[in-house]
Write a new protein. Structure first.
Length: 298
């Protein structure tokens, strides 16, 4: 008997309808299922989900399933990572770059996953910590706590330290393994995973990195009078981004604002000790994924 936890974007009617069928389907096959919903069922389609997952816990689950778009999947990853649970993404969004399974194939994917007939892809995630003053943003807290009691965040795509004042750049200094590196006056600086190299990093001019690699990509966002090239770094290094005076910055992880950083605050990024596991049917290679999702006309 397996336990499956399903996170559904309640703003999508078809996702809600499918979620309603999951628990009976699992029960009929001797498995347990439970559903977490991001948004009120009355929420209009297209609105940003506002469900609070701060208290959600996937302990004891054998599989986590996301019914929504890439944003819903990104909400599920920290929970699944903390519990060591593999994640299956079902695409109800527009792009679905992170999601291999279309809604019509959910039952096939679940059957294969529960029978152990799928591939588990190990994807690098970042461990992000902060030293200095961080004023938390409103909304659910996606942070985790390490064995030493220190708060940290999981980033599947990227960490971004960016400006807060429209029309004004923020000053940021970087260091690698404690050694001072480049300083920027820019809209921001991001550190991306290989999986996230095709997200904000790509828009900022960074390189595409195969998602199977363990690495980090440091990319400045619209730098002024500075080197605008990315740095591709090995997994055993630590990148520190320091907010220099006079302006504050904002910390954004996987598209969600974590909080405001005061001048002097430091954000540390490193490859986390363990990867997150994606459930894959093994039918979508990296080259084909790029062609069909990011360059469909090619």
């Amino acid at each position: 008997m397996a336990t499956v936890v399903v996170l559904v974007n309640g703003a999508r009617a078809k996702a809600r309808e499918l979620a309603d069928e999951v628990v009976p389907w699992l029960s009929a096959r001797g498995h347990d299922g439970r559903v977490l919903q991001l948004a009120d069922a009355n929420r209009a389609a297209g609105q940003v989900p506002a469900g609070d997952l701060s208290g959600a816990d996937l302990s004891g689950a054998d599989l986590a399933v996301s019914l929504g778009g890439d944003g819903t999947f990104l909400r599920l990853v920290p929970l699944a990572y903390a519990a060591g649970v593999p994640v299956l993404g079902v695409n109800f969004g527009r792009l679905g770059y992170l999601l291999e399974v279309e809604p019509a194939r959910l039952w096939e994917a679940l059957t294969r996953a529960l029978d152990g007939e799928v591939t588990l892809e190990h994807r690098t995630v970042l461990s992000v910590t902060v030293d200095g003053e961080l004023t938390p943003a409103a909304g659910d807290d996606r942070s985790l706590f390490g064995d030493d009691g220190r708060r940290w965040w999981v980033a599947l795509n990227e960490m971004v330290t960016e400006k807060t004042v429209p029309g004004h750049m923020v000053q940021l200094s970087t260091a690698i393994d404690g050694q001072r590196c480049l300083s920027y006056k820019a809209d921001g600086v991001l550190v991306a995973t290989p999986t996230g190299s095709t997200a904000y990093n790509l828009s900022a001019g960074g390189p595409v990195v195969a998602p199977s690699l363990r690495a980090m990509v440091l990319t400045p966002v619209a730098p002024h009078l500075s080197i605008d090239r990315s740095l591709v770094l090995p997994p055993d290094q630590v990148v520190t981004v320091t907010v220099d005076p006079p302006r504050p910055a904002v910390l954004v992880i996987d598209g969600r604002e974590v909080g405001r950083l005061s001048p002097g605050a430091e954000v540390m990024c490193r490859v986390a000790a363990e990867p997150v596991r994606f459930v894959s049917l093994g039918e979508r290679g990296f080259a084909g994924l790029l062609r069909t999702t990011l360059a469909p006309g090619c």
